[in-house]
Design a protein. Structure first.
Length: 218
């Protein structure tokens, strides 16, 4: 009997040890899980930036004199170009200069493009709107805006008639900003207007040009 009792006692002891081991094993797993959760540390650093914008403006003059440059911002403030055009005849050509530059506040360069940089408005019902065409050349500031002056000069844009709309042409002219808060160097635009063979006598027509400079990123 003693052998039987001993066997029974050993069996209970073994069962209890297995339960204790199972509990300890479960506790070990829970302990590892808790340690993983506590290890999720985080920290932050901060950075910032400040962003400003450039300044860009265009001004012009019909004489080129430094003190005469102003911003002709709309049609009511348009300057009259000095064309000698009161008595044009078929195939005749007249010229007039106009100087442009970037304002003293400008901090980036600009470009006057032949495509879209120069456009015209002229009365559609006037008989000579279709009988007058123009070309715009870029000259040195002190160049002569006449037949000899435009010979070999860069043609920025042209149009066969005064029909309202943008001029065409592959040319362009770059404008540079000035230094030390000064205005940029002036560029002379020479407007050449030519009458066609069908120019109608006794008629007067008007033209309003818009010159647009677009800023360029350095």
């Amino acid at each position: 009997m003693s052998e039987t009792i001993a066997a029974t006692t050993n069996s209970h002891s073994t069962h209890r040890r297995r339960k204790i081991q199972a509990v300890l094993a479960a506790g070990a797993v829970l302990g590892i899980g808790a340690a993983v959760t506590l290890a999720n540390w985080s920290d932050s650093v901060f950075t910032q930036g400040q962003f400003g914008s450039s300044a860009f403006g265009l001004e012009g003059s019909a004489s080129g004199a430094a003190e005469s440059f102003t911003s002709h911002e709309d049609a009511t403030d348009a300057v009259s170009l000095p064309f000698d055009a009161a008595d044009m005849a078929p195939n005749s050509t007249v010229y007039a200069p106009y100087w442009v530059r970037l304002t003293a506040e400008s901090t980036v360069p600009g470009v006057i493009a032949g495509e879209g940089g120069i456009s015209i408005e002229s009365p559609a019902g006037n008989p000579n709107t279709g009988n007058l065409g123009y070309t715009v050349y870029a000259l040195d500031s002190d160049g002569a805006c006449d037949t000899s002056g435009v010979a070999g000069a860069t043609a920025i844009a042209s149009a066969n008639t005064f029909a309202s709309g943008p001029a065409s042409g592959p040319g362009s002219e770059t404008l540079a900003p000035g230094e030390d808060s000064a205005a940029g160097e002036a560029v002379q635009l020479c407007f050449e207007v030519t009458a066609g063979e069908d120019l109608v006598q006794g008629e007067t027509t008007n033209a309003l040009w818009t010159i647009t400079a677009t800023s360029v990123n350095d």
